[in-house]
Design a protein around this ligand. Structure first.
Ligand code: HEC
Ligand code: HEC
Length: 480
């Protein structure tokens, strides 16, 4: 793994650029860095559509598939029985009626804004302490975690008629003040989650809750196209290079490929392929059975009787499922081809100075600037030099971000390095959104200050930065 390296001062016409005291020397511009998705990248012409543009490499005909996929991603599923059999099968328990209900404008979700708002795009994954057999399966990569016998794997906050909902997500924040070395006062909000109005009895006192915010949908086909070997080469589980950072891949079961594979998607890299991630969302989040996850009852548990006897939406026209392969294939196509937006100010001096800070203080050790996709990936995804700012590896992020739910081999402390491409547009697309796996961070600086564990040293360096360098670092992140 490459540690963050100091970038040499930039020499212009032989004269060292003079910068204000404390401010960093700009790093060199690197060819292509303004195109995070390589030649698939698209300019932002309309802010609303910043994350909704098809890869620039698609042909006209391929764009049509993309558009049909888009309509399915945005489709509102309805409860059965219904006259529109191609769109029914919702629930019985669900978190939203459409993919786009959580991935708003293909951007990230947001935490509830008030105590009465039913949280949609931030939900709770649930589990219990695994027994020895379950733990062995989790380590082997064949079981995600031990579901709660009553509530299953996820708290569904909606339900169809005559089926009680599982409950509501309750979150309370406590402000924790922090003073940076230059005297600036910051406040971090520490969340506390619980289940409100439980519909199926008092939740077990040892139930494990893991809040998850819907992430942005850009560049996912490119991340899927990075060869396994390239990711495996980044692993350093025993920290042999002694930089304090010991990333490792999650190893997870792929229902699509029927084997254990490196995890790439989700906050704990719990899904290996986009098909697995999408189709498990269709079943678990919306309650629509499909070929990979065929139960029409989604996340209903054996003890949820009304749920298991509710009408389902399986029809012959849909291969005796609620959604046939034609549906999931088009959603897959769509999810592979949402282009990362072009950066407009990658050559800005302030931004390049922030990049130098980012590299120097060790952010790039996990938020790895660039990766290469496999040459043979189809539809323009192949042979691309991409700039996701992620290694897709799991890292111990310390107790501040930890929750008790494990996922395959990921402990409660470990999270996958999220890609940072497009992060500067997140709050411009939706001002309600926040950063980190549960949206607790209201600003990029707050997100950094929550870093601990393997990222503690990098965080500490941000605490010690002068105001100018800190501003440059944030300008760089905002430019991504
Ligand atoms: C109720 C809200 C919700 C709905 C509905 C939903 N998602 Fe998600 N999505 C999430 C959350 C939360 C995550 C992160 C999950 C995790 O970390 O385990 C996620 C993750 C993903 C990812 C992985 C992204 C990444 O960066 O790793 C993809 C792809 C995805 N969803 C696609 C879909 C598709 C396709 C649908 C519709 C079939 C869908 N989602 C419906 C909330 C939702
Ligand atoms: C040890 C690996 C590691 C290092 C070093 C690291 N990060 Fe992170 N970063 C992560 C992980 C993992 C997360 C997700 C944590 C979570 O959501 O709980 C994250 C989250 C973030 C986020 C929020 C992303 C989002 O989608 O909400 C930002 C911004 C960020 N990091 C910036 C930085 C900066 C700037 C630095 C350098 C000061 C840095 N990181 C250093 C691993 C790292």
């Amino acid at each position: 793994m490459t540690a963050g390296r100091a970038v040499p001062a930039l020499l212009l016409s032989g004269v060292l650029l003079s910068a204000p005291a404390q401010a960093a020397e700009p790093a060199a511009y690197q060819a292509g860095e303004e195109r995070p998705g390589g030649t698939t990248s698209q300019p932002v012409t309309q802010l609303r559509a910043a994350f909704s543009t098809p890869s620039a490499t698609l042909t006209l005909e391929q764009k049509l598939d993309f558009l049909v996929g888009k309509s399915l991603f945005e489709k509102l599923w309805v409860a059965s029985p219904s006259s529109t059999t191609a769109s029914d099968g919702l629930g019985p328990l669900f978190n939203a009626r459409a993919c786009a209900g959580c991935h708003l404008h293909n951007g990230r979700g947001h935490p509830p804004e008030s105590a009465d708002e039913n949280s949609v795009s931030l939900f709770l994954r649930l589990g219990r302490e695994p027994d020895a057999g379950q733990r062995a399966q989790m380590t082997a990569g064949t079981l995600a975690n031990a579901p709660d016998p009553q509530y299953g794997r996820q708290l569904q906050t909606f339900s169809v008629q005559n089926v009680p909902r599982e409950g509501l997500l309750g979150v309370e924040y406590r402000e924790v003040p922090l003073t940076l070395d230059d005297g600036s006062e910051i406040s971090l909000r520490r969340p506390h989650y619980r289940i409100l109005n439980p519909g199926y009895g008092t939740p077990a006192s040892d139930m494990r809750l893991s809040p998850r915010l819907a992430p942005a949908m850009i560049g996912l086909g490119l991340l899927e196209a990075v060869p396994e070997a390239e990711l495996a080469a980044l692993e350093d589980p025993d920290d042999r290079d002694g930089d304090g950072i010991s990333g490792r891949l999650n190893r997870v079961w792929s229902a699509r490929e029927q084997r254990v594979m490196p995890g790439r998607f989700g906050w704990k890299a719990g899904n290996a392929t986009l098909a697995d991630q999408n189709d498990s969302a269709l079943a678990g989040d919306i309650g629509i059975g499909n070929a990979l996850f065929p139960s029409p009852w989604g996340d209903c548990t054996p003890s949820q009787h009304a749920c298991l006897t509710a009408p389902h939406g399986n029809t012959e026209a849909q291969q005796d499922l609620e959604a046939a392969d034609t549906v999931t294939d088009l959603v897959l196509y769509y999810s592979r081809h949402l282009a990362p937006p072009l950066r407009t100010d990658a050559r800005d001096t302030q931004v390049l100075a922030g990049k130098a800070v980012f590299n120097r203080i060790g952010c790039a050790a996990c938020h790895r600037p660039s990766l290469q996709t496999a040459a043979d990936a189809p539809d323009g995804l192949g042979g691309q030099h991409i700039w996701p700012y992620s290694d897709l590896l799991l890292h111990d992020m310390g107790p501040g971000l930890a929750d008790p739910l494990e996922e395959y081999r990921a402990t409660g402390f470990e999270w996958r390095t999220p890609p940072l491409w497009g992060i500067g547009l997140a709050q411009r697309l939706d001002s309600r959104t926040g950063f980190l796996h549960d949206g607790r961070a209201r600003t990029l600086l707050e997100a950094i200050l929550w870093h601990g564990g393997e990222a503690k040293a990098a965080k500490q360096r941000v605490v010690s930065l002068g105001a100018d360098e800190r501003r440059q670092l944030i300008s760089f992140l905002e430019s991504l």
